[in-house]
Structures are given as C-alpha cells and as structure tokens.
Design a protein around this ligand. Sequence first.
Ligand SMILES: [Fe+2]
Length: 178
Amino acid sequence: MKRVTLVDVFKHRVTQKYLQRSGINHAVTVTGYAFEMALEEGVDPDLATKSALLHDMGHYEWYRDGKWDYEEYRKHDIHAIKGAERAHKLLVRLGEDRLVAKEVSLAVLLHTDSYLPFNLDDKRTTLQDVVTRADEKDEQPLGMHHYKKMDKSEAVQLLHALDQRIEQVLEQKEKLSG
Ligand SMILES: [Fe+2]
C-alpha cells in the first residue's frame, strides 16, 4: 500500500480549512520536532508526524467584540476532541490504514489534558508523549504560537523533506526486519 504522505495530508482541503485557524507555522514546526523526538524515542515517525501535523485541527476561533479572547476560548475549549474526530475522518478519506488513523486520532485526543478534569501525566504512550512534548516545545504565552506566519509553499517544502526522511527510516526498518 502506498504511504499517505504528510504533503497529501497537508494539501487536503479539510486540512487547509482547519489549519488556517490554529496556524500552519505551528503545525509544521511541531511536526519537525515530533520527527526528531520520534527517532530519539524509537517511535514510528510516520505516526508521530501525522499526529503532530493534525494535533490542533480541532481549534476554532473565539472572538469577543471583534477581538480574539484567549481566556474565554480556554474556558470552552474542546479542540482535542474535535481534532481527534476530524483527523480520523480525514485520514480514512485519504485511504490511510485504519489502525494508523486510530493511533493518530488518539494522539490528537491526548496531546493536552487542559480540557479534562484530571491530568494525563505518566498515562500517555510514548507516541502520545512525543506529540505532547513536541507541541509544548513550540508553545508561546497567550497562544501566540498560533499566529506565527508561514507560506503554504514553504510548508509543503518542509513537509516534503520530512516525508523523504520518514520514508528512509521506514525503509531501513523494513530491511532490518528482513
Ligand atoms: Fe498545539
């Protein structure tokens, strides 16, 4: 089965629609961090990067009096739940393996515990932990990381380079497992 690439995922109109809200720059930056951390932790880089790219696709905008109201947003926020559902639907639509779609969806669901009545410390799988740490690494106060700019063409270039590195890692793994 041909691998669904990060570029395939990124270019889909559903991704384009939802990543505009949470920011392409943040999504792509976190994807890069997740790749490096996945290699360090022995986690599948395909799963880690897809989860990272889509982790914030459940975000929506919360404006009051025409202004972004971060505090109000936090109070009502369920972006991880919405994102998990959207990521799953999108990946299945792109022909992704169902187990991959489920793993990615779960990593999106659990990348933050800010909406939960309990914390997830020490409860995440290594994959889920990689995605969470990659996200936190790019976070800025008051959600400013969602406003960093990046052109779509630059994003495609960076994701394409990551796709090539992921395919190298996967090929090598396949060779080793004989
Ligand atoms: Fe994020």
